[in-house]
Design a binder for this molecule. Structure first.
Ligand SMILES: Nc1ncnc2c1ncn2[C@@H]1O[C@H](COP(=O)(O)OP(=O)(O)OP(=O)(O)O)[C@@H](O)[C@H]1O
Length: 282
């Protein structure tokens, strides 16, 4: 199953946000997209998921033209490529378990969804997803009361509930401290390796992309200026991606510096004692 972007372009007025991007991504790859702020990374991801429409170009998955899908077929595609955001996008006042089960929305009838009725099977599936992310003990808390790292793990659990073929993560660790950033990146790597789910993630920092991604796509001014393995990312390639600022001062440290430095045990993994299945009324 190949995923292909051909000459995908997006304009906002006169601004060319994404400029003729062509990429072929085999199923199961972990791809990091890097570039300066404004390089077009978010717009590119949003076009894949059809949150934004390309101005021109085409997107194909397993031979099907994604850019032409409508109605149910479009909803199925949006289920197949689950999206994770920097700001988590959970419903803060709803409990964690319900937030995770909302990942099933595109699988179920509108009536059941409207009534917020979930089956036992869906609950078991949701608890299993939370356990996998090490946060099952939070199942009954309002999502808004969790730490940022925990909320992002809830968002990943919700994505897993969609049984996606692809996970699109738009700067998933930009709001997190280093330890939680590591936990979230490890979780993305784990679902990539264990389930063979393609992961395409926008990342602010170069070293995170180097550490986690087998393939790095560098964008500048809407165009792909680098596409290769981390080992191929030479100083020259880094310069092409991040450029130099207008005073010629070179690459800003905040763009490339270490955001994940902690290889410690999970500090906030406190699963002891809780019985989430019982808590969830199962
Ligand atoms: N809805 C919009 N309307 C107008 N311009 C937009 C819109 N969305 C993005 N742009 C512009 O398109 C360009 C690319 O934006 P995009 O958010 O894709 O970049 P990015 O690389 O993801 O940056 P960041 O890391 O800051 O999110 C920017 O110049 C941005 O201002």
């Amino acid at each position: 199953m190949m995923f292909e972007l051909k000459d995908v372009t997006r304009r906002f007025g006169n601004k060319l946000a994404v400029d003729a991007v062509t990429l072929t991504i085999p199923q199961g790859q972990m791809v990091g997209i890097i570039g300066r702020s404004g390089a077009g990374k978010s717009t590119l991801l949003r076009m894949i998921n059809r949150l934004q429409e390309p101005s021109s170009g085409s997107i194909h998955f397993a031979g099907v033209e994604v850019s032409g899908l409508r109605g149910r077929a479009l909803r199925n595609w949006q289920r197949d490529c689950a999206m994770i955001f920097q700001q988590f996008n959970l419903v803060p006042r709803l409990d964690v378990l319900t937030n995770v089960m909302l990942g099933r929305l595109n699988h179920r009838s509108t009536l059941l969804s409207l009534l917020n009725i979930f089956t036992r099977e869906e609950r078991v599936h949701a608890i299993a997803a939370l356990e996998r992310l090490g946060i099952e003990q939070t199942a009954l808390q309002p999502a808004g009361t969790l730490s940022g790292g925990q909320q992002q793990r809830v968002a990943i659990a919700r994505a897993l509930m969609q049984n996606p073929k692809m996970v699109l993560a738009d700067e998933p660790i930009a709001s997190l401290d280093p330890l939680n950033a590591k936990i979230v990146m490890d979780a993305l790597r784990d679902i990539n390796e264990r389930e063979g789910i393609t992961v395409i993630t926008n990342l602010h920092t170069l070293d995170t992309a180097r550490n986690y991604c087998e393939r790095i796509v560098g964008m500048a001014g809407g165009r792909v200026v680098f596409d290769g393995k981390p080992s191929e990312l030479t100083a020259e390639a880094v310069k092409a991606i991040y450029g130099t600022d207008k005073d010629g001062a070179g690459i800003d440290e905040t763009m490339t510096s270490t955001s994940i430095t902690i290889a410690a045990e999970r500090a906030d993994n406190q699963s002891a004692g809780a019985q989430p299945l019982a808590l969830a009324g199962l």
